[in-house]
Design a protein around this ligand. Structure first.
Ligand SMILES: [Zn+2]
Length: 344
């Protein structure tokens, strides 16, 4: 094995990289007056980073709620379908088989996800509608409270002590019955435990960080990490909340989060949920950026892990830090594929 590091990265990337959380539909919706946004704004970075599957998250911002929540969510789905149809390089996939077919054709697969069930209102029938449209992973809440439950706060304590609402429990049970992956990202600690108590399939946390390095209830504790490991679930490591301190928000710190989870539950519990957000953040006015900081936190973007074209930097760092080829392949895609095969 005497190939150069760059050759080794290229070899590890042949099977593609899976990112389970990207706010793509929201951005396509905001750019709805333009055409070919996917090909122009995103394809070059996906290609440079060998991205093969993207969890495309439907997320509705506060300013549209409650009245326009459902319509904005449906418009996001519409833009994703229209943009996908306008390109030969993408496919919206609803099953493991479709994901594998897209990968074999070297297409980039979108797996539609939902971050916060606000679009459903309190109507379980809407869950069926979004399932038919292709949504295959659902997290009940973002940071806010909704009809299903409560989000974890961006502080070391203070989240609601309550778990899910009756509607939230119905959504979870219906997801399991339909074959929708349940995503524990953002949910408050009480909700987290309740979801695990009423489900049997492997859970995921699509994009999060460990409280060991960023102690807020939005992230996950060692106890929660073990609960996911006990159920053979997968935790996607987030690139924006690796440290409360800007100077510590580095690629090495990102890998520290991976190593911490690996120490607790082994390499089979780790995936990627980059949650790249800088491209949206920089479109915002300073006022809006300040509002985000006041409401949640100031995001610290990792300079060499800011968009999908940077995924080679992560693989290079994993090699430098001594991860084996088989471990790296599990982190980059293998563990997510195992979940897709089991549930979708
Ligand atoms: Zn999120």
């Amino acid at each position: 094995m005497n190939d150069s590091i760059e050759e080794r990265i290229a070899r590890l990337h042949v099977g593609g990289i899976i990112d389970m959380h990207f706010d793509l539909p929201m951005d396509l919706y905001e750019k709805r007056q333009r055409r070919d946004v996917l090909e122009t704004d995103f394809l070059p970075e996906f290609e440079a980073g060998n991205i093969s599957v993207v969890g495309a998250a439907i997320y509705v911002e506060d300013r549209y709620l409650p009245e326009a929540g459902l319509r904005v969510a449906l418009d996001q789905v519409a833009r994703l379908y229209a943009e996908t149809a306008a390109s030969e390089r993408f496919a919206i996939c609803k099953s493991y088989r479709e994901i594998q077919a897209a990968r074999e054709m070297d297409n980039i697969a979108f797996l539609m996800t939902m971050e916060g069930v606000e679009p459903l209102g309190t109507d379980l029938n809407q869950l069926r509608v979004f399932y038919e449209l292709g949504v295959r992973a659902i997290g009940l809440t973002h940071a806010r409270t909704n009809a299903a439950g409560h989000g974890g706060v961006f502080a070391a304590s203070g989240s609601s002590a309550e778990g899910l609402t009756p509607f939230g429990r119905e959504v979870v049970c219906q997801c399991e019955a339909l074959g929708v992956i349940i995503d524990l990202a953002h949910i408050n600690p009480a909700g987290f435990e309740e979801i695990l108590s009423i489900t049997t399939k492997p859970p995921i946390v699509s994009h999060t960080n460990v409280r060991q390095y960023y102690d807020i209830e939005r992230n996950i504790s060692d106890g929660q990490i073990r609960m996911i490991g006990d159920r053979r679930g997968v935790i996607g490591v987030n690139s924006i909340l690796v440290s409360p301190r800007e100077e510590e928000s580095t690629l090495d710190k990102y890998v520290d989060h991976i190593a911490h989870i690996a120490n607790l539950i082994g390499i089979d519990g780790i995936g990627i949920g980059f949650d790249f957000f800088e491209f949206i953040y920089r479109q915002w006015s300073e006022t809006r950026q300040k509002e985000l900081a006041a409401k949640f936190t100031t995001p610290h973007f990792i300079p060499d892990l800011t968009n999908h074209s940077h995924s080679r930097n992560l693989t290079r760092k994993l090699i430098e830090r001594g991860f084996s080829d088989s471990d790296i392949e599990k982190i980059l895609r293998g563990n997510w594929l195992r979940i897709f095969e089991q549930i979708l």
